[in-house]
Design a protein around this ligand. Structure first.
Ligand SMILES: C[S@@+](CC[C@H](N)C(=O)[O-])C[C@H]1O[C@@H](n2cnc3c(N)ncnc32)[C@H](O)[C@@H]1O
Length: 329
C-alpha cells in the first residue's frame, strides 16, 4: 500500500531545504523516543521539523494500517459516516485514510502538539477534498478533555471516531478514561488501532471487553462478540505491506523497498451488525496441491479448516484469501 500521490508529494515538500543528515539524526532520535519513552503520557515531539520527519517516516504505515482496518469494516457493515473525529490525529494519518473510503463532510482532529497540527494542516491543505482542506484541528489533551467533559454532553460527537497509534502513549488508567470519552463521542463506529505487539493487542482486548460491557457491538475483526478466543502467548494482529520511497529508506536506514506494518485493532459499533458467518484468517494460508489450510478465528474458537477442490466456490475463495481476510462460510 502507498500514500495517495498528492499526499506523497506534499510530504516530500515538507522537508524542502532541510539537511539530510539533520533529518537522519532527527529520525533516529524520534525512533529512540517512541521506543523508550512512550506509554507514560509524555510529549514525544514538539518541533515542526520533527513532526515533518515523523510524518515522512510513519504516516505511510499508519495510513496503511487504518486503511486496512477500514477495508475490513466496510466488508462487514454498510455504515456511511459523514463526520469524523480523529483523536490524537498527529499529522492526519487516520483522516487521510478515512477520506479515501468515505465522502466526509466534516473532520475534527484533536491533537495535543502544535507541531503535529502545523504539519497536519499543511498536508491537508494539499488535498482537493473540502473535508480535508476545511478540517479543524483542536489543540487539546485527550486525557484532560475526557476528565473535563465527564458527565457532560459529548462535544465532539461524530459518526466515525478513529484513535490510531495514540492510546499506547498513555498510562492504563488514562487510556480507559479516554476510551470512555471516545465512546461517548461516537455516533456510529469507533475504530482503535494499536501497534501489533503483545502489549498493543492486550490494550485492544481490554478495550473490547470494556466497551462490550457498555453496549458496543463488535464490527471487526472478530466474527463474534464472545470472550476473545486468543489464548496463551499468541496475540491477534494484522500485517500490511507498505511501499518505501527512496527518502523513506534513507531515513529508516533500510535497504528493502517495503516494510511490513503490524497492527492490532478493534471496530465497535453503536448499532448491531447484521451477522455474517465468517472466520477471520489469522495465519498465512497453507497451500498444498488441491487443498488449502486456513487458521481462522471463529465463533467456535481458533480452528484449522481444510478446504479442498470439492468445496467448489469455497475453494476458489480460499485460494484468493490472505492472512487478515474474512472467509465467508
Ligand atoms: C504516534 S502518533 C499517531 C498519529 C496519528 N493518529 C496516526 O495514526 O498517524 C500519536 C499522536 O497522538 C498524540 N497524543 C498522544 N497523547 C495525546 C493526548 N493525551 N492528547 C492528545 N494527543 C495525544 C501525539 O501528540 C501524536 O501526535
Amino acid at each position: 500500500m502507498e500514500l495517495p500521490n498528492y499526499l506523497k508529494s506534499a510530504s516530500e515538500k515538507l522537508i524542502d531545504g532541510m539537511n539530510l543528515s539533520a533529518m537522519s539524526n532527527s529520525a533516529r532520535e524520534l525512533s529512540r523516543r517512541y521506543m523508550e519513552e512512550s506509554g507514560e503520557g509524555k510529549s514525544l515531539l514538539n518541533k515542526d521539523e520533527e513532526a515533518a520527519v515523523y510524518s515522512l517516516m510513519r504516516m505511510p504505515a499508519t495510513f496503511s494500517a487504518v486503511s486496512t482496518a477500514l477495508e475490513h469494516i466496510c466488508q462487514m457493515s454498510d455504515f456511511v459516516p459523514r463526520t469524523l473525529l480523529d483523536a490524537g490525529a498527529g499529522t492526519g494519518g487516520g483522516s487521510f485514510a478515512a477520506n479515501e473510503f468515505f465522502a466526509l463532510d466534516k473532520i475534527i482532529c484533536l491533537e495535543r502538539e502544535a507541531a503535529m497540527e502545523n504539519i497536519g494542516m499543511k498536508l491537508m491543505s494539499s488535498s482537493e477534498d473540502d473535508a480535508l482542506r476545511e478540517a479543524t484541528y483542536i489543540r487539546k489533551d485527550l486525557v484532560e478533555e475526557a476528565i473535563r467533559t465527564k458527565d457532560a454532553k459529548a462535544e465532539y460527537s461524530s459518526d466515525l471516531v478513529i484513535a490510531s497509534y495514540v492510546l499506547n502513549e498513555m498510562s492504563m488508567e488514562n487510556r480507559m478514561e479516554v476510551v470512555r470519552f471516545l465512546w461517548e463521542n461516537t455516533k456510529k463506529m469507533l475504530v482503535i488501532i494499536e501497534p501489533g505487539t503483545p502489549v498493543g493487542f492486550s490494550n485492544i482486548r481490554r478495550i473490547r471487553d470494556f466497551l462490550i460491557e457498555k453496549g458496543a457491538y463488535v464490527c471487526a475483526p472478530c466474527p463474534h462478540m464472545e470472550t476473545c478466543k486468543v489464548t496463551g502467548d499468541d496475540w491477534c494482529h494484522f500485517t500490511v505491506r507498505v511501499q518505501r520511497g527512496k527518502l523513506h529508506r534513507l531515513l529508516k536506514e533500510a535497504d528493502v523497498p517495503y516494510e511490513d506494518e503490524k497492527f492490532s485493532y478493534i471496530a465497535l459499533s453503536k448499532e448491531p451488525i447484521e451477522g455474517k458467518d465468517y472466520g477471520r484468517i489469522m495465519r498465512h494460508p497453507r497451500t498444498e496441491k488441491g487443498r488449502m489450510e486456513l487458521c481462522m478465528c471463529t465463533k467456535e474458537g481458533i480452528v484449522h479448516k481444510t478446504i479442498t477442490k470439492k468445496d467448489g466456490e469455497g475453494y476458489k475463495r480460499a485460494k484468493k484469501a490472505n492472512c487478515g481476510d474474512a472467509y465467508l462460510f
